[in-house]
Design a binder for this molecule. Structure first.
Ligand SMILES: [Zn+2]
Length: 293
């Protein structure tokens, strides 16, 4: 399929039928992913003057906490700031490493108090099945822990497990709590073409991004490497895919953000290569809090 024909390919977002979306994704990924990526992303309104990358990490398991010191060392060495979606329970259990992250200029993103359905504390709970009051309490309790333990006022949120477990109720809860943004959707299935935009209740939504050869998937370690049939399944290909994506984002002056699981990205030296790629392409990096209207 050539680039001209792309205008006839509907975007993934409005395709509601799961099977139609699945096959459309297969076809696009197999035939014209790069063209689709450029066409899709180029429609965004980049909130920044230049090509910009926002790096974030989600800490869901003990092994992610184990990777934390090395992650902070590496970010310091490469002079890059990141957003950390952390859960209240872990901040209570490991206050020092979280304090170090704050002291070193990184941003804390509210990832709830227990991260339903985290096996450590909330194995049978799902965020989207909680009542409004329970969801609010999960976010509020985490906020209080960040205030008490880290001395910060958090303004951003990420739904545990994103898309499928994300609910519209989040936006009015965040508004009630004085929050400014959420980053809980996938770029390919959300308005804005991968750039932040106002969702509702005065809350900005910052969708997490895709990659050059898989524009209709979230580019994260779970999708690319860890799930049953991963898109890539190879650490070197993962780094190459990241690098190719950043190169095109830079060339076309786009905005993109990703999230990674700390343990997954630290093994086999992927983190250092990813950070080097950001620096080599000389792309601006930015924390979510600087995107606020
Ligand atoms: Zn998570």
């Amino acid at each position: 399929m050539d680039f001209k024909m792309m205008r006839w390919v509907p975007f993934y977002g409005p395709v509601k039928n799961r099977y139609a979306a699945y096959f459309l994704r297969k076809i696009i990924h197999a035939t014209c992913p790069e063209q689709y990526f450029v066409r899709f992303m180029s429609q965004q309104v980049n909130p920044c003057a230049n090509a910009t990358y926002a790096l974030t990490f989600d800490f869901d398991f003990e092994k992610d906490i184990e990777a934390f010191p090395y992650l902070l060392d590496m970010l310091k060495e490469k002079n890059i700031k990141a957003g950390f979606a952390v859960i209240g329970k872990f901040v209570e259990k490991y206050p020092d490493i979280h304090k170090r992250a704050v002291d070193e200029g990184h941003e804390i993103i509210n990832h709830t108090y227990t991260h339903p359905d985290n096996p450590h504390w909330a194995p049978d709970r799902y965020f989207n099945k909680l009542s409004y009051a329970e969801q609010k309490s999960e976010i509020e309790k985490a906020h209080e822990v960040y205030q008490k333990v880290l001395g910060i006022e958090c303004i951003g949120f990420r739904t545990p497990h994103y898309g499928n477990l994300h609910t519209e109720s989040v936006y009015s809860i965040l508004s009630e709590l004085g929050y400014k943004y959420s980053s809980s959707t996938a770029a390919c299935a959300y308005k804005g073409f991968g750039a932040p935009s106002e969702h509702s209740h005065g809350i900005m939504e910052i969708p997490t991004g895709c990659s050059l050869h898989f524009p209709l998937a979230i580019f994260d370690s779970w999708n690319m490497l860890r799930k049953k049939k991963p898109f890539l399944g190879d650490d070197n290909l993962f780094v190459e895919e990241f690098d190719a994506t950043i190169k095109v984002v830079k060339e076309h002056n786009l905005f993109i953000t990703h999230y990674f699981d700390p343990y997954d990205i630290v093994v086999n030296n992927k983190l250092e290569r990813v950070l080097d790629s950001i620096n080599q392409h000389n792309i601006n990096t930015l924390l979510y809090r600087y995107l606020i209207f």
